[in-house]
Write a protein that binds this ligand. Structure first.
Ligand code: DMJ
Length: 459
């Protein structure tokens, strides 16, 4: 592999664990450029660890230096590699990006007799291939994304148009008809992009039909619940939440409007958001939370917040509710200040974690970045910096960055897993937040739920 001088410097800084200072820092009184160089250095170091210990495997285990597979049970699809590609590119880690693309072109084959989650495979692998294609224009990346979408399509052949949760990549066999709004309706940006690039409308039509099918089954309060049967459209749960199972359903309604100007998506987003603000908004000790409620009565059923919901302040602000979105981000920032790293679950009424682990999550950095794109308030950079520095302090292990088993322990108790999204999400959010890179159009862009850039790269 050929390394540029910049990349060699990045690797050296990363190996020493130091923040890059010097010329860039001198020109940048607040240190943001130095911080951006440190993010890049950490990325380069982690990539080199992945290359040495888990090349072409799905996810590295950064404490033991081994690896695990996902989304297939026993076969690897280079998940982390694919997820990392556009992050490497936007950071200017070009020879590493080229290395990754070469692996995809030579070794990535989706004709595997195994079952995957339709949702996870789409946001991570189709999204990763499309964003890498956006970065470099290589037609093979687009062809691979299309091949994979074709393998997922059989899951959508249901009476409602809502997909089964799992599909076999080779046989098209489907499984699990009870699934969630997020699993059903997180496709339009990737699949609409596929339609735009290939001229085949089936991808966009399929994705849009699935999202509309969830929306059309909302309750009289305009809320959706966490589980639904895709064969008959009957709800299997009563719990409305902005967290896990529903989060990216709301996100992709807005995104359909943002990326494609789809007015029906905006209408659906507005209806859902008005209902959430009306029925789920809770203020407690000056902090804003969104309670889980019964989707038909509006009665509060739980004060537990998923860490996954921390993205939601950024979405609210994008959708025009800037003040309330900022307030929700600040609520999570207070929890971050208290624990260092957010717990997976937090009860706002008890002011206590309900789950002590953290799966190396990007959501607060995601929200801070989205708010930064909207108003350039330095506060959002500060929240991102706190998130990054805590990660460096607590999550760094011998062979990369790992998840945490207990954020309340001191020192924090590390687990041993680096999820694929880490490569696509927080490392990119930090870098874009701190760097002002000319490779990214800060005024006109689109990042998917998985942080994949589908619009906004400047080649
Ligand atoms: C990511 O895979 C996506 O952001 C998804 O929508 C939910 N959250 C995970 C990361 O936590």
């Amino acid at each position: 592999m050929r390394m540029s001088r910049r990349e060699i410097m990045a690797g050296t800084i990363a190996a020493s664990g130091m923040v890059a200072c010097g010329a860039a820092h001198g020109a940048d009184a607040t240190g943001w450029q130095a911080l951006a160089q440190d993010v890049k250095a950490q990325m380069a170091w982690a990539w080199d660890q992945y290359k040495a210990h888990a090349w072409g495997k799905d996810e590295i285990k950064p404490v033991s230096g081994t690896f695990s597979s996902f989304p297939l049970k026993t076969h690897h699809l280079g998940l982390s590699l694919v997820e990392a590609l556009d992050t490497l590119w936007v950071m200017g880690l070009d020879s590493r990006f080229e290395d990754g693309v070469a692996w995809v072109k030579a070794d990535l084959d989706f004709a595997v007799d195994g079952e995957v989650s339709v949702f996870e495979t789409s946001i991570r692998l189709i999204g990763g291939l499309l964003s890498a294609h956006h970065a470099c224009g290589d037609a093979v990346l687009l062809a691979k994304a299309r091949d994979l979408a074709d393998r997922l399509l059989p899951a959508f052949a249901t009476p409602t148009g809502m997909p089964y949760r799992f599909v076999n990549l080779k046989t098209g066999a489907v499984r699990e008809s009870v699934t969630s709004p997020a699993d059903i309706a997180t496709y339009l940006p990737e699949w609409g992009t596929l339609s735009r690039l290939t001229g085949d409308p089936r991808y966009a039509d399929t994705a849009r039909k699935a999202a509309t099918a969830v929306f059309d089954r909302r309750s009289r309060l305009d809320l959706v619940a966490t589980q639904i049967n895709v064969l008959n459209g009957a709800w299997q749960s009563r719990r409305a939440t902005v967290g896990s199972y529903c989060d990216s359903f709301f996100e992709y309604l807005w995104d359909g409007w943002q990326l494609f100007g789809d007015a029906e998506c905006k209408r659906m987003y507005d209806v859902c958001t008005a209902a959430i603000l009306k029925h789920q908004q809770v203020w407690r000790d000056g902090s804003l939370w969104f309670a889980d409620v019964d989707f038909e009565t509006g009665q509060v059923v739980s004060a537990e917040q998923d860490e996954l919901a921390a993205f939601y302040g950024g979405l609210l602000a994008q959708g025009g509710a800037a003040r309330i979105g900022a307030a929700y981000v600040e609520s999570w920032a207070k929890v971050q200040d208290r624990y260092g790293v957010l717990p997976e679950g937090y009860d706002y009424a008890a002011a206590q974690p309900t789950q002590r682990g953290n799966a190396l999550r990007p959501e607060l950095a995601d929200a801070a970045f989205n708010l930064w794109l909207l108003d350039r308030n330095p506060r959002w950079r500060e929240i991102g910096r706190t998130h990054f520095l805590a990660m460096k302090r607590w999550n760094r292990a011998a062979y990369g960055y790992t998840d945490i088993a207990d954020v309340t322990a001191r020192p924090m108790l590390q687990a041993d897993h680096c999820p694929g999204y880490w490569w696509s999400e927080q490392m990119k959010y930090y870098y874009l937040l701190f760097s002002d890179t000319p490779r990214f159009d800060y005024a006109n862009n689109y990042l998917s739920t998985e942080g994949n850039v589908l619009l906004g790269f400047r080649r």
